[in-house]
Ligand binder design. Sequence first.
Ligand SMILES: [Zn+2]
Length: 281
Amino acid sequence: MQNFSEISRSVNRSCRIIESAGVRIAAADDLSAMPGIEHGFSTRIGGISPAPFDSLNMSLTRADAKENVKRNYRIFADAFGIDFGSLVLVNHEHASNVVRVDRRDFGRGLTREALPFCDGIITNDPTVTLVTLHADCSCVYLYDAEHSAIGLAHAGWKGTFKRVGQRMTEKMAEEFGTDPAKLAAAIGPCICKNCFEVDESIGRDFAAEFDYEGISKPGRPGKAYVDIEAALIIQLLDAGIPPQSICSMGLCTFERRDLFFSYRRDGAGTGAMIGFLRMKN
Ligand SMILES: [Zn+2]
């Protein structure tokens, strides 16, 4: 993509940390300015889990007690005025399957059976709160104000490579008649291009899939760095979303130990954050 460096420089990378009842979340400034939705990305601050899950661990699959995690969800929901019962959790498998949900799915993945495997969830039901899990993997937020529909995706490197952001845009077009040209998109915190080192072959795969020379750069012998945020922006552009409608929170989960858990930094003995998105009733 010839002009991607220029487009990337023009992406608004501003977010703010919002605190309510001791719980802190990050929120993208561009999405916060939109009256129809509420969104955010949880930090590690404000929960009850002990070290090394301290303290707002949202993952039910780590060695943290499930009661702690469920309590953390309640604390988070109460702090931000969200109905605990309205949460619907993604069931990610690092692929690009996207599932449509509605109020019949309330509580799935949290208080009842999980959804079928999916990395993206979409809805036009204004009572649903979409939730995705993250511990270095990015988050893609989509908002279609015209059709009152939203989508939220978990985007690790595999899902990013499989274009889960683009697939979610296509699924919203199929299900809701969404016009990508009218979508607003945001990218959540994730491990950044200076911190995410992978096998050289993965760097080559990304370079072949995404037409931008800065997508990968050499790392240590046999290794390469990959720019996940750029790969997500490129696929959202490829999906037809205008560059000026794409923003990013611009925070690195690996670097910001004060705010985030990081699987790369801390291994499996750490917690996870959530992205959430809902329409205002
Ligand atoms: Zn970084």
